[in-house]
Design a protein around this ligand. Structure first.
Ligand SMILES: [Zn+2]
Length: 218
């Protein structure tokens, strides 16, 4: 049997609790079965789930397409989101753009923001924070940028930035944050719960956090 993850050779490796033959890959050491009773255990279905998630589908919409329950999807998103990290090969002495994207969590009285920073030269997202738009939240992202020795940080005219970013590298020119605004528009298109003028929004802040990170770094 060939491995479903790396196509390597598999050998028999005991049995599952229900008596099914279990296999183990000689290359990547992952345990697996030749056939699965549950749809959600099949790798092609899991790959389809990720594609659907990034194509602006809601979790209930994905249930219609793949047949996987909403609870299973939530479990996968949490599991994937926890291990995601920003790209390790980040350039030093770069220019960065920083902006906030408004959404709701739980109900329309609870406004929350996705604060993200993007590199001007590579277009990669280097830092993400979800939460309220306070100096404390902004500081988390700004501190990550300051560690990269930036030559300029472009932001909007939000007053809180003035106390956080050193004035010699802080730029607030017109059209200075076009790149990040375009990226936030992509987020609004690709993540169902960030669509504007709908009644669809995240129920919990951690799910919003995981989804934004999945979109940027997976
Ligand atoms: Zn393998």
């Amino acid at each position: 049997m060939n491995c479903q993850y790396c196509q390597g050779d598999c050998v028999k490796n005991g049995r599952q609790s229900n008596g099914q033959q279990r296999f183990r890959c000689k290359t990547c050491c992952k345990s697996q079965q030749a056939t699965y009773h549950y749809k959600a255990c099949q790798k092609p279905i899991r790959d389809l789930f990720l594609k659907c998630l990034k194509a602006g589908n809601s979790l209930r919409g994905i249930t219609f397409i793949t047949g996987i329950s909403v609870n299973t999807q939530i479990r996968w998103i949490r599991k994937l989101g926890k291990v995601l990290k920003p790209p390790s090969a980040i350039r030093l002495y770069d220019e960065y753009e920083l902006d906030e994207l408004c959404t709701y969590v739980g109900n329309k009285n609870r406004r929350r923001w996705v604060i993200s920073a993007i590199s001007r030269s590579t277009g990669k997202v280097v830092a993400i924070k979800t939460g309220t738009r306070t100096a404390q939240s902004l500081k988390v992202v700004v501190d990550k940028l300051l560690c990269l020795s930036p030559i300029a940080i472009h932001t909007d005219r939000l007053i809180a930035y003035r106390s956080l970013i050193p004035p010699e590298i802080h730029k607030i020119k017109a059209h200075g944050i076009n790149k990040i605004e375009r990226y936030h528009l992509n987020l609004r298109t690709h993540i169902k719960r960030l669509n504007r003028r709908t009644i669809c929004f995240a129920k919990r802040i951690d799910m919003l956090n995981h989804l934004v990170r999945l979109h940027a770094w997976n």
